[in-house]
Design a protein around this ligand. Structure first.
Ligand SMILES: Nc1ncnc2c1ncn2[C@@H]1O[C@H](COP(=O)(O)OP(=O)(O)OP(=O)(O)O)[C@@H](O)[C@H]1O
Ligand SMILES: [Mg+2]
Length: 333
């Protein structure tokens, strides 16, 4: 496949994912837009239940039973994925798009050795012989930080620590050098030192192989340190997107401001952290206007009327908060 212009590696437009009956859909993701350039690292942040994982699963064609694509498109390298089924998606998964899950224990096969699991995608998607695939697997294992790879090739997942299991899963994901890696909370289950090592590994992979990474996290701190651009998700939609520098310097959406204010910083040490009042609406309980309105300190009556549009508030900076965008416009004039 030929690589098209930079901005076109992944383009998600107007994606809505729903559960429930066709005539009464319950939207878990609604009108989601995301785009990712070749070799870019895009961060997706938001609290639990915002639709981060479902969006990722839609891209890789692994939506859970009962969840369907209700509207929108997912284009990868210019090819529409939303209608792809079976073989079409299986051909891309692992070869062009791979996913790293939060909990490696659930994604690794407990009765297969680590080596065999890294070899598998190579045998499936490349013309390598078993001997070549084994040599490649050993080289990838070294790349992701295994020492003594010959021995570790033959161990089972339960014989490894959580951090090493996560490295094994990363090795499986990068085996075929996919163009896109989706990392869904890849370090949440790990302690802080190991977290930093795994994140550093992802950055190295991005740098050395040029693989684009969609890094999903509820932790703005994790994302801020690694990603050039950040999309903030709330209740199934992207409510703000900007370069990381711009997002931290000049957040527009009250939800983004709340997330930034609730981050632990040096100054906040020892003091209770701010937390955004209220909770993410449960599936089927989204208010009809702006879904953030019940938790928002800056809401105005019009926020209750309709779903807010995403508006440009600066170069490469969009926010789904018309009142805040309007305030900016007035200040700029
Ligand atoms: N299999 C499922 N059946 C029913 N509802 C689901 C299912 N999976 C997700 N949901 C609902 O869809 C919404 C989005 O879930 P999703 O797992 O994508 O959130 P998330 O942002 O990844 O959260 P977290 O940070 O906890 O991983 C939530 O309201 C969730 O309860
Ligand atoms: Mg999730």
């Amino acid at each position: 496949m030929e690589t098209p212009a930079k901005e076109n590696l992944l383009e998600v437009k107007g994606l809505s994912l729903a559960f429930g009956p066709k005539d009464k859909p319950l939207f878990a993701v609604e009108n989601l837009d995301l785009s990712l350039g070749a070799g870019e690292i895009l961060g997706v942040v938001g609290e639990s239940g915002c639709g981060k994982t479902l969006s990722a699963l839609a891209v890789i064609g692994l939506l859970p039973p009962g969840c369907r694509i209700e509207a929108g498109s997912i284009r990868f390298l210019g090819q529409e994925l939303s209608g792809l089924r079976g073989d079409g998606m299986r051909g891309l998964r692992g070869r062009e798009i791979a996913m790293i899950f939060q909990e490696p224990a659930t994604a690794l096969n407990p009765v297969q050795t680590i080596g065999a699991q890294i070899v598998e995608p190579l045998l499936l998607h490349t013309a390598m012989t078993m001997k070549e695939a084994r040599a490649e697997a050993l080289s990838i294992m070294t790349k992701v930080g295994f020492a003594g790879v010959e021995r570790l090739y033959g161990v089972y997942p339960h014989q490894l620590s959580g951090g090493m299991r996560q490295r094994a899963m990363i090795a499986m994901a990068i085996a075929c050098k996919p163009r896109l890696i989706i990392a869904d909370e890849p370090t949440t289950a790990l302690d802080a030192t190991i977290q930093a090592q795994i994140l550093e590994l992802l950055v190295r992979i991005n740098r050395d192989y040029g693989m684009a990474i969609l890094l999903i996290s509820h932790d703005l701190g994790v994302v801020g340190g690694l990603c050039g651009r950040v999309a903030v998700m709330y209740a199934g939609s992207v409510v703000e997107e900007a370069s990381t520098t711009e997002l931290f310097r000049d957040p527009v959406h009250p939800y983004t401001k709340g997330l930034i204010a609730s981050r632990p910083t040096k100054e906040s040490k020892g003091r209770p952290l701010y937390s955004i009042p209220g909770a993410v609406p449960r599936l089927g309980h989204k208010p009809s206007g702006c879904p953030f309105m019940p938790r928002c300190g800056s809401a105005v009556p019009s926020c209750a009327l309709e779903r807010p549009d995403s508006l440009e508030v600066g170069p490469g900076h969009e926010a789904r908060c018309p009142p805040e965008a309007e305030k900016r416009r007035r200040v700029d004039e």
